[in-house]
Write a protein that binds this ligand. Structure first.
Ligand code: FUB
Ligand code: ZN
Length: 675
């Protein structure tokens, strides 16, 4: 039966001190959160303004005026058919909404990251800033609970008239996620109550009853956000609404057709709306299609609802969609969404390296989906994908100094093409300070600062260790509290030591407790020392059970070796090429170490010829992989000439972890290298 076998570790019960992850979290705390605060207040010189806080302030004034003046209030109406209004001239700046229709989410993601960050690092000044921001946001809320500045400012009569494209339910979802996180971190419920009132308003408007809207979000996230709201409040209606959105999606006649009859006339009756995953009911879907971020956000919500309602059929759809992604549509870096066109999945095995989209947010969504599948079935195949996406594409999204970001994460770059070839304009050879559509950087901030909730899940009697993020963890085993010290060097030596620091039994009874330790797919050999306690390997996890005592030590060492990977022959793009990985990291070659024209080099596939090295990139020491290679001598004669046998020079190729590329200026890069 589909049911919950694990819930994410409550972030109040982990204090991260991992040598790798602590650094990433500190970057978010010190660099990203303050920068983002300036960005959402339009204080970053040279960056496109966000307008987010400004929009909330304007909406607040309007809300106050509506309340004070009642029926006498004279509505000011602005057009609601502009996806990204920008100020035409300074005189018209006042009292208009500016930015993308979903600009409110800049705040929502920021407050979510702030919540997680405060848990690891209390900061009264940041908390005060956050509280003031919350006051501004809540002041914009309508008496009926509605809270989306685009419509509050422009025209309330148009609320929920363009679910397909105008992101209201996406804004609602992000606001809810931020509110839950901030409440869980601080215990302060002002924003949570605002999110609840908004949720209650949405609940009253959507459903199968007469007069209700039979629609669903154009951009998903509300599905999983409502589940979080349900889990924190215990209110069934939020789960019910999430299930409603999931089940209504893709039903015939299409809701989006009713909303946009002109478009419906144009596209006829064929299966449509793949972009929105609304081409057919989700229970009948078996291929991941359309906009990749939307897709994985939806699948995450589906997995949540399947788990909480023991819905086998919905779970089976999740299994098929998971399989479609990870076995046919995922890059070796855990990136998804192969085309710029619609930021979307392509057909099976079509994974271009230089044209890749592989949006940072999509990899983040895949992490969300993987964790939710793990909550149903503790099988290491989910954690393997979660780790692949997290350590490679998600981290590649942020520079090593935390000051610039990738939206698109290609697997092959020739900078000239990024500048001159229109098909590749979406691929940037260096990270950008910020984006007009700034979805990715704040998404990285909220995921990195909550990594503990992905690294560990728990049941009454088991702590499931998926990612070995080092830290101190408190686990309540049905009344027996254990403090575990996880000393992890997963990204270095591969050694992990878990010490039972404290055991406090409420009732003095001996109780069996379990630690489940994942064996990563990249590890062929490991040593486990669990003292007197028995262990058993199930679905890629070592289960160690016993009545643990203070001072018990469990050690596991994952032997790392350099792995030379090839893709299925079905991936035409990677034919004749190999990729290199070491531990959780996928590697790449860069111009800075290997010169230009990386298409002319080929690498030796005998991993035993590897030499490991060290390199400091932007202040971070990384392990390099040096392999023998050959560089084909250039033939620079005519554009075409009679074939002659190629000649080669021996060379050494230096590989660096993919997430560290593009931290040394502009240059070529390749993950898949000729063999
Ligand atoms: O539409 C909102 C966000 O902007 C999406 O999730 C991203 O892909 C970007 O298009
Ligand atoms: Zn994004």
């Amino acid at each position: 039966m589909v049911r919950t076998v694990g819930t994410p570790l409550d972030l109040r019960n982990i204090h991260v001190n991992d040598p790798f992850w602590k650094g990433e979290m500190e970057l978010v705390r010190r660099e990203v959160i303050p920068y983002q605060w300036n960005a959402i207040n339009d204080r970053v010189e040279g960056a496109e303004p966000s307008y987010a806080m400004r929009n909330f302030k304007i909406a607040g004034k309007i809300t106050a005026a509506r309340k004070e003046q009642g029926a006498a209030y004279k509505e000011v109406i602005w057009p609601t058919n502009i996806f990204r209004p920008i100020p035409e001239d300074a005189d018209h700046m006042e009292d208009r909404f500016y930015g993308f229709v979903f600009q409110d989410t800049d705040f929502s993601k920021w407050i979510e990251a702030v919540g997680y960050s405060l848990l690891q690092h209390p900061d009264p000044e940041l908390e005060r800033t956050a509280d003031e921001a919350i006051d501004i946001v809540c002041a914009a809320q309508q008496p009926n609970g509605y809270l989306d500045t685009y419509y509050i400012i422009n025209d309330m009569s148009k609320v929920f008239t363009n679910l397909k494209d105008y992101h209201e339910l996406y804004c609602f979802g992000h606001l809810t996620e931020g509110a839950v996180a901030y409440y869980q971190a601080t215990g302060k419920d002002k924003l949570l109550n605002a999110a609840r009132r908004f949720a209650d308003f949405v609940y009253s408007k959507f459903g199968r009853e007469e007069g209700q809207i039979k629609g669903y979000p154009g951009h998903e996230i509300a599905e999983m956000a409502l589940v979080r709201l349900y889990e924190v409040t215990g209110e069934d209606r939020y789960l019910e609404l999430s299930k409603y959105f999931i089940d209504e999606r893709g039903q015939h006649p299409y809701y989006f057709d009713k909303e946009h009859p002109d478009e419906a006339k144009r596209h006829g009756d064929a299966e449509w709306y793949h972009y929105y995953q609304a081409h057919r009911p989700v229970r009948q879907q078996d291929e991941a299609t359309g906009h990749a971020v939307r897709a994985v956000y939806l699948y995450s919500g589906m997995a949540d609802v399947a788990r909480l309602t023991s819905d086998e059929e919905l779970y089976k759809a999740c299994l098929r969609l998971w399989d479609s992604i990870v076995n046919r549509k995922m890059y070796v870096t855990g990136g998804i969404g192969a085309t710029n066109h619609g930021e979307a999945f392509l057909y099976d095995y079509e994974l271009p390296n230089d044209l890749a989209y592989s949006e940072t947010c999509a990899a983040i969504g895949l992490v969300f989906f993987a964790r939710r599948m793990l909550q149903i079935d503790v099988d290491s195949k989910y954690a393997d994908v979660m780790e692949r996406a997290l350590y490679n594409t998600v981290l590649s999204g942020m520079a090593l100094d935390g000051k610039s970001f990738f939206y698109v994460n290609p697997l092959e770059v020739r900078p000239e093409a990024c500048h001159k070839d229109e098909r590749k304009f979406h691929v940037k050879p260096v990270r950008q300070k910020w984006f007009g559509c700034a979805c990715c950087p704040p998404n990285i901030a909220r995921l990195v600062s909550s990594v503990g909730a992905y690294a560990y899940t728990e049941s009454d009697d088991t702590l499931f260790t998926h990612l070995y993020v080092g830290g101190t963890i408190e686990k309540d085993y049905s009344g027996t509290k254990v403090v575990w010290d996880v000393d992890s060097d997963l990204t270095g030596s591969g050694k992990i030591k878990i010490t039972c620091r404290e055991v406090s039994k409420a009732d003095g009874a001996a109780r069996d407790m379990t630690l489940a330790l994942r064996v990563p797919d990249w590890c062929e050999f490991y040593n486990l020392n669990c003292g007197p306690y028995p262990h058993e390997l199930k679905k890629g996890y070592e289960y160690i059970s016993g009545s643990f005592k203070q001072g018990d030590v469990i050690e596991i060492e994952f032997k790392k070796s350099v792995r030379i990977l090839e893709s299925s022959s079905a991936v035409a793009e990677d034919h004749g090429k190999v990729a290199v990985s070491y531990g959780p990291f996928v590697y790449c070659i860069e111009e800075a170490d290997n010169g230009r024209d990386l298409h002319m080099v080929s690498v030796c596939t005998d991993a035993s010829k590897t030499r490991l090295g060290k390199l400091t990139i932007e202040g971070s020491e990384v392990t390099t992989i040096v392999l023998p290679g050959k560089r084909e001598k250039a033939k620079t004669g005519a554009l075409y000439q009679a074939y002659t046998k190629p000649e080669y020079d021996d060379c050494e190729l230096t590989f660096i972890p993919y997430y560290t590329w593009a931290n040394r200026g502009e240059g070529e890069m390749r993950v898949w290298v000729n063999r």
